[in-house]
Write a protein that binds this ligand. Structure first.
Ligand SMILES: *Cc1c(COP(=O)(O)O)cnc(C)c1O
Length: 407
């Protein structure tokens, strides 16, 4: 079968893995190419997207926000209305259907904040697949609500106690499991990164967002669209949202990284618009936040999903070549944007998506009314209530938690 995807994006990407992982990655790539060429797979995927995920998600003209900002029109793609509350399920569903087609009976996944774990566990429950999610011990303690949801869906959540006991250690553990179990197990990786073919595969499954947008722009948007704005953790919502526009030279594509609370090491997660250096981590070459010894640096963001030291290789390449512009929003700007869209549009953005919202607000203010800016609301913010309520509702929220804890 003809190979239609690339291992590399410029100098980034590749498949830098131990020998034991070559077979499963080759097998996966072959199965993926075959599935993409099979109309029956697309029919099955389309059905599940429609009835289980709730696609297409709407494109909303943010009329009140536009009026309040007094500049370009803002439109919002509402990925937060998808089942489990974010775009992550697009990828989880695509890969799980592929795994089933390959005859796998078991799915493993890594998760940091738990959002990818929740989406994966949900899809596995629906498709009748056994599900194991690796999660750092520290993350498990911080993200109890998501651990609860994964277990409710029947997944086994395994605490990872090595290293910093967070996401990067969970990835290592999942890769270790996969090297020993791949004959009956699929590793369902959660963002547009990792060894090839994952970056291509995840982009493909997420690009349903961009394809819907193309159609919705034609039907709903009269103005010239000057920019698409998306937040960037590993990069899956951004690359899916941007996918149909990458080859063109317009509109402007804007990726927003976590500016966190400062510029110093450990204070942010700005790889493209900050301190990222070339490296190979978790099987692919890209830009990472590393110390002088090449060790992965800690990161900070108020949003757990943007708090990742690396970036997908295709985004890194498109940043280098200038097709995608990268910028940051700080913790504080994200909280402001969250409040703004809640108040004006009745929408609670996920904290990750609120970073994109903050930059869209800035661009809209400076733009003219006959232009439009489209922002991807990658998720809704119910999941962040323990962070946002603490930040915005302070003492009352603390009292509530104490009362609940003692009842
Ligand atoms: C996980 C997550 C992100 C960041 O991941 P990407 O792969 O960069 O999309 C962004 N938004 C939400 C709502 C998330 O859950």
């Amino acid at each position: 079968m003809q190979k239609v995807y690339n291992d590399f994006f410029g100098t980034f990407g590749g498949r830098y893995v131990a020998e034991v992982l070559r077979r499963p990655l080759d097998e996966l790539e072959q199965a993926f190419l075959e599935a993409m060429a099979d109309p029956a797979f697309h029919v099955e995927l389309a059905e599940a997207r429609r009835h289980f995920v709730g696609r297409p998600t709407p494109l909303l003209y943010a009329e009140n926000a536009t009026r309040a900002l007094g500049g370009s029109r803002i439109y919002i793609k509402l990925e937060g209305l998808a089942n489990t509350g974010a775009h992550k399920i697009n990828n989880a569903l695509g890969q799980a259907l592929l795994a089933k087609r390959m005859g796998k009976r078991r799915i493993i996944a890594e998760t940091g904040a738990g959002q990818h774990g929740v989406a994966t566990a949900s899809v596995c429950a629906r498709l009748g697949l056994e599900c194991t999610v690796y999660m750092g011990e520290v993350d498990m303690a911080r993200q109890r609500p998501n651990v609860y949801l994964m277990e409710l869906f029947g997944a086994k959540v395994v605490p990872v106690c090595s290293g910093s006991r967070t996401l990067k250690d969970a990835v290592n553990e999942a890769l270790r499991d996969w090297a020993a179990s791949w004959e009956d197990t699929h590793y369902l990786l959660g963002s547009a990164l990792g060894p090839s073919p994952f970056p291509d595969m995840v982009r493909e499954f997420q690009s349903v967002v961009g394809r819907e947008l193309v159609e919705q722009m034609r039907e709903q948007v009269g103005e010239e669209v000057v920019a698409l704005v998306a937040c960037v953790g590993g990069g899956s919502n951004a690359i899916g949202f941007f996918a149909p526009f990458i080859e063109a030279d317009r509109p402007k594509l804007v990726g927003v990284e976590a500016g966190g609370r400062g510029n110093g090491p450990g204070e942010h997660a700005a790889r493209m618009s900050g301190a990222g250096v070339e490296g190979v981590v978790h099987g692919y070459k890209s830009l990472f936040l590393l110390d002088e010894d090449g060790q992965v640096l800690p990161t900070h963001s108020i949003s757990a999903g943007l708090d990742y030291p690396g970036i997908g290789p295709q985004l890194a390449h498109l940043g280098r070549t200038g097709r995608i512009s990268f910028t940051t929003a700080s913790d504080e700007e994200a909280l402001e944007a969250l409040k703004f869209f809640a108040r004006h549009e009745g929408l609670v953005f996920a904290l990750e998506s609120a970073h994109a919202g903050a930059v869209a607000m800035k661009m809209a203010r400076e733009g003219s009314p006959e232009k439009a800016i489209i922002v991807n609301m990658s998720g809704r913010g119910d999941k962040d209530i323990f962070i946002t309520a603490k930040a915005l509702d302070g003492e009352k929220w603390r009292e509530f938690l104490l009362r609940e804890a003692s009842s």
